[in-house]
Design a protein around this ligand. Structure first.
Ligand code: ACM
Ligand code: ZN
Length: 615
């Protein structure tokens, strides 16, 4: 395994140049671990060293905000803060330069010994240039405390970079478990570090309504709370009784939402709200039972409900009035171009037997309940587009006919995205196969409880939002990709981080970097440097990719060998047989032949010591 003690390395290469009293520092390409990998990077001679005299040169408030992201970090870790100024000094500065020849989100980062220039056409590009600069600095820049004896050196480089896709997202399900605003802000910081630009908030589901709506206060008074059965498996939680007190829950106030949206904007991230319909809405029906076909009281469920038969009535006009009022308030709070309306997994049995719904089917000459969902979604799309926004929905919105201006989020695989793009609709790819971060990322017996499927880090790294069978025209409709973190099995923020990182790091590279630059070995070595940043940022990332797995192989002569491995190509694995102690472990160099019952004890080693979980 490659470890790179940057401080030691720097000391080894510092020498004093006769003509200049500044320290001369040399880097090699191995010292550069920017994620996602930039499109073009050329290493030059020398380095720029930040010190208390360094100045950030900005034009306007926006550039000042971006500069502040890094200057505040210096205040924390170095004890001094570079000045933010408007005029260019003779040297030792970082300047932002507007370059209209660059595309949206593209940037150029030129680091020379006496100055750094970040060029872009606007906010996002400047921000991404700064984020790359941040990743060129020693990992100690991320520390929450003062760091001693660090040379804040950045290699002289020229980077030209731009994203492959314009939608680079993460969905947080804040309904199944509620996560406080402060955590959402921390996730936004993590997204910004990876040049991700969409945070999709799944604000509504059966188990909780999580956004304050002024016109319908019971949505949060009633819909945001459920009877606490957190000590039980999600799918074993009994139906709550009216005598039980709903104590688990929470919601974001309008002020919280404004703060999240503004914070995200500053970090180049658009927050896309999802207001589910017509199913996954027991929390809303618990608050306002008249929204359902039967109008009977229900309670917010404490855990899993399947199939989900509770559904908004598509026959009553009052349902649409309610949803339009809710969406009006939502659009007031979220300036996003896209408004997500869910649309997934609706069981339509109640529609089959509801007189209102049947009347609607007849009056609108619909073929049945499938087309009734299509009617429902088309109405919502008309409303949303009348407000100048774009409706986004899960791929079920294709069924029974897709609304004209809708964008599709393809989750049950890539098929929905393929079909929608063929019909000329934009799509966001988020297939369960690569993008569902609620799935296990390591062997089940060494991981916290998760949804029973497997998406390890290297699988995420294989994600491609565009598939070979798409035409050029279809590929042009693929906005990008997104990871989804459903939270049925994720009760805490630290657990949430564990599921997000480092899979998000892999996903970020798949949606930003050029496909031909995809290189697993190179990625993992950069990721190990990123882990140092996560450590300092207090991010609880999973080390699952280091978990040692053992596979038995039997040849044609019945000889058995055991193959040990981890997801990281160069892991230093050492092992002992039977009762041996790991302190006497020998390096694993290839399959271990076994001819009798044998116990193998193995561990990953770092600096000659066993680390992580042993096998
Ligand atoms: C989904 O996973 N039900 C969109
Ligand atoms: Zn109905």
């Amino acid at each position: 395994m490659r470890t790179f003690p940057i401080a030691v390395f720097l000391l080894g290469l510092i020498f004093t140049c006769g003509c200049d009293r500044r320290q001369k520092i040399t880097f090699t390409e191995n010292d550069i671990s920017v994620i996602p990998k930039p499109k073009e990077l050329e290493l030059r001679d020398g380095a720029f060293v930040f010190n208390s005299e360094t100045v950030f040169v900005v034009t306007g408030e926006e550039q000042g905000k971006i500069a502040g992201i890094l200057t505040r970090k210096f205040r924390t870790v170095a004890g001094w803060e570079p000045e933010i100024a408007t005029s260019v000094p003779s040297g030792n500065y970082v300047a932002f330069r507007k370059d209209d020849s660059l595309q949206d989100e593209a940037y150029k980062l030129q680091v020379a010994e006496n100055r750094i220039i970040i060029s872009a056409n606007g906010y996002s590009g400047f921000l991404y240039g700064l984020e790359s600069l941040r990743q060129l600095l020693p990992a100690e820049i991320e520390s929450p405390t003062l760091q001693k004896d660090i040379t804040w050196a950045v290699p002289a480089v020229e980077i030209k970079d731009s994203p492959r896709f314009r939608w680079r997202g993460l969905m947080l399900d804040v309904s199944r478990h509620f996560f406080p605003k402060e955590y959402v802000l921390k996730v936004i910081d993590g997204l910004a570090l990876h040049k991700m630009n969409v945070l999709h908030l799944h604000l509504v589901d059966d188990q909780g309504w999580r956004i304050e709506i002024k016109k319908y206060p019971k949505l949060t008074e009633v819909g945001a709370y459920r009877v606490d059965k957190e000590d039980m498996h999600w799918n074993a939680r009994p139906e709550p009784k009216p005598s039980e007190n709903p104590t688990y829950g929470g919601f974001y106030s309008r002020e919280d939402i404004k703060e999240i949206v503004a914070y995200a904007k500053e970090k180049g991230i658009e927050v896309v709200p999802e207001i589910e319909m017509p199913a996954h809405v027991m929390s809303a029906i618990a608050a306002y039972p008249e929204l359902s076909c039967k109008g009977e009281p229900v309670m917010v469920p404490s855990g899993g409900v399947w199939p989900i038969t509770e559904i908004y009535c598509a026959g009553k006009e009052s349902t649409f009035e309610f949803l339009e009022n809710v969406l009006t308030e939502v659009m007031d709070l979220f300036p996003s171009k896209y408004i997500h309306v869910g649309g997934d997994e609706a069981t339509k049995t109640n529609w089959e037997s509801c007189p209102h719904c049947q009347k609607r089917i007849k009056e609108e000459a619909l073929s049945g309940v499938e087309e009734l969902q299509s009617y429902f979604m088309k109405r919502m799309e008309k409303f949303i587009s009348s407000k100048g926004r774009v409706m986004l929905g899960w791929d079920e919105i294709l069924e029974g006919g897709l609304a004209p201006g809708a964008t599709v989020m393809s989750w049950r695989g890539i098929q929905g995205g393929w079909e929608a793009s063929e019909q000329g609709h934009d799509v966001v790819m988020t297939p369960v196969s690569h993008c569902y971060f609620d799935y296990y990322q390591g062997p089940q017996d060494s991981e916290p409880l998760a949804f029973g499927a497997f998406t390890p880090l290297n699988k995420v790294y294989e994600f491609d939002p565009v598939v070979d069978s798409m035409s050029v025209k279809q590929a042009g409709h693929v906005l990008g990709g997104q990871a989804n973190l459903w939270s049925e099995y994720i009760p805490t923020t630290s657990h949430s981080e564990y599921m997000i990182y480092p899979r998000l790091t892999a996903l970020a590279e798949t949606v930003w970097s050029a496909k031909e630059d995809r290189d697993w070995k190179d990625f993992t070595s950069r990721l190990e440097q990123m882990f140092k940043r996560y450590d300092k940022l207090g991010i609880n990332y999973a080390g699952s990719a280091y978990t040692i797995t053992a596979d038995a192989e039997v040849d044609k002569n019945q000889n058995i060998t055991i193959v040990l491995g981890t997801e990281f190509p160069d892991t230093d694995i050492r092992y002992v047989l039977n009762d041996g102690d790991l302190s006497a472990a020998r390096p694993y160099t290839g399959p271990i032949a076994v001819s009798e019952t044998t116990t193998i004890k193995a561990s990953r080693f770092e600096d000659e010591k066993p680390v992580g979980k042993s096998l």
